[in-house]
Design a protein around this ligand. Structure first.
Ligand SMILES: [Zn+2]
Length: 201
């Protein structure tokens, strides 16, 4: 991106399957090709994320550093880094907004990708504030599985009602017309055995 002096914040937002991570990787690769010093972070939210993802497949293999908090992210940024990438930024604590601001104020280009809304279409975690403070916002769209239009939502199709449900199989990309309010399957109790009272003769 041209035109900004010093650091800035770019947010790549959208639903599941919308290509946010791919777009993040594309931008980070370009920075690497331009021989900039890049670091990539992701939230450590559970064991699924404990292994380092290889974010770039070129020979300058780049790994995402899992960090449990935004404070830890800030502490791990190395001197001389020019670009900081953050994947799944919606899972970070609210402090990630200040961290992004501090990094950008220090002259670093911050590129963060995340879900803008949860399956109930509620703005996700720190995303509203990040979208507000960013110099540039890209809204990504998936393809609606029902009508093939541009999908803006992550439709939950199975599982409970927690905000975070593990696994892509629990979601479909849906557009506004095809989105349906999800209700978690109710746990149906096995009906107790009814004892038939002997009827008076
Ligand atoms: Zn649709």
């Amino acid at each position: 991106m041209d035109g900004y002096k010093g650091g800035w914040i770019e947010i790549i937002a959208g639903g599941m399957f919308s290509g946010k991570s791919e777009e993040l990787i594309r931008r980070l690769r370009r920075a690497l090709i331009a021989r900039q010093r890049v670091q990539v972070f992701k939230p450590l939210i559970d064991d699924r994320f404990s292994t380092d993802d290889i974010v770039s497949r070129d020979d300058r293999r780049l790994k995402a550093i899992p960090v449990p908090t935004s404070a830890e992210l800030l502490a791990r940024v190395e001197i001389g880094v020019q670009v900081v990438g953050i994947d799944e930024v919606q899972f970070f604590d609210a402090g990630v907004v200040d961290v992004c601001m501090q990094l950008a104020d220090a002259g670093i280009r911050v590129i963060a990708a995340g879900l803008d809304q949860d399956y109930m279409r509620r703005p996700f975690g720190p995303m509203p504030a990040l979208l507000a403070v960013a110099e540039e916002v890209s809204k990504m769209h998936a393809v609606c599985v029902r009508c093939r239009g541009a999908a803006h939502y992550s439709q939950r199709v199975s599982g409970g009602d927690a905000q975070v449900e593990v696994g892509d199989a629990s979601y479909e990309a849906r557009c506004r017309s095809c989105y349906e309010l999800y209700r978690a399957e109710e746990i149906v109790e096995e009906p107790a055995v009814q004892l038939t009272m002997p009827q008076p003769a």
